[in-house]
Design a protein around this ligand. Structure first.
Ligand code: A3P
Length: 269
């Protein structure tokens, strides 16, 4: 893939809410093209509409990223320090990073992995131990947060740092913030006719999980590549579900690791 100056990059750790962010960014940036009644998000999984730079999506057509019209919305789980220099944030190439309380991200990942890797279920205790020791996909977990966090502090006009919990708390406010950051702010008219609210509603867990396309539970098997079933990206969509799977001590221990790793950065959960 050839990076372009006006690419919009959505960066996350897996299970931080990538699917949600893709839906929101797609709905915001394409709102002039589609009505809410026949929106592509009603018939397509968010992963079909915003493609990843490092793996094939749910479709079998191997969409050529270089053939997409500008500005492209692209997603990645790659740590910032491993992105090629031509993809680093610039005044025209913006990066949106979404993260989530590590405890919920961990529990979400554990469920997801056990769902997609049939026959090789890992006990939660074992997965927890590996996670706390720093073993996770896409490199050291807390450093992943920190790299994008520091970049957002240094260049807030190029990197927007969001938390899953803040979208849950006030999704309309985040929709407005995201639109302004992507330089497609809502007009007065859009605001007064409730467009930010419509976007938030369209992308909500309740709406997306009610759609047939997102309920498909068959793995997207295209022979040369497999992609998890559409439904695998939606589970509970809640803040604090970790407490249903981890003991209080496990939670406190993970919180302590998070505090130690993020110490002095100003980032906290
Ligand atoms: P849970 O497993 O805690 O339910 P990712 O998209 O990065 O793979 O993250 C998946 C997590 O985000 C899952 O969390 C999933 O349920 C949640 N999720 C997906 N779409 C969402 C939405 N529209 N609103 C809130 N949470 C959503």
């Amino acid at each position: 893939m050839k990076p372009r100056d006006d690419d919009i990059i959505l960066a996350t750790q897996p299970k931080s809410g990538t699917t949600w962010l893709k839906a929101l960014a797609f709905a915001i940036t394409n709102r002039g093209r589609y009505g809410f009644g026949d929106h592509p998000l009603l018939t397509h999984h968010p992963h079909q509409l915003v493609l990843s730079i490092e793996f094939h999506g749910p479709g079998g057509d191997h969409t050529d990223l270089n053939a997409l019209a500008s500005p492209r919305l692209l997603s990645t789980h790659i740590p910032m320090s491993l992105l090629p220099p031509e993809m680093s944030p610039s005044s025209s190439r913006r990066v949106v990073y979404l993260c989530r309380d590590p405890k919920d991200t961990f529990v979400s990942r554990w469920h997801f992995d056990n769902k997609i890797f049939h026959g090789s279920t890992m006990e939660l205790d074992k997965a927890y131990d590996l996670f706390c020791r720093g073993l996770s996909p896409y490199g050291p977990f807390w450093e992943h947060y920190l790299e994008y966090w520091k970049a957002s502090l240094a260049t807030p006009d190029k990197v927007l740092f969001l938390k899953y919990e803040e979208i849950k708390e006030d999704s309309v406010r985040v929709v407005q913030k995201l639109a302004a950051f992507l330089r497609v702010p809502f007009s007065q008219e859009e605001e007064s006719s409730g467009v930010p609210e419509e976007v938030a509603r369209l992308c909500s867990f309740e709406t997306l999980t009610s759609l047939q396309v997102n309920q498909v539970s068959v793995v997207n098997d295209h022979g040369d590549h497999r992609f998890p079933a559409n439904s695998a990206f939606f589970r509970k969509g809640q803040v604090g579900d970790w407490a249903n799977h981890m003991s209080r001590e496990m939670g406190e221990n993970m919180d302590q690791i998070t505090k130690d790793r993020l110490k002095g950065s100003g980032l906290a959960f």
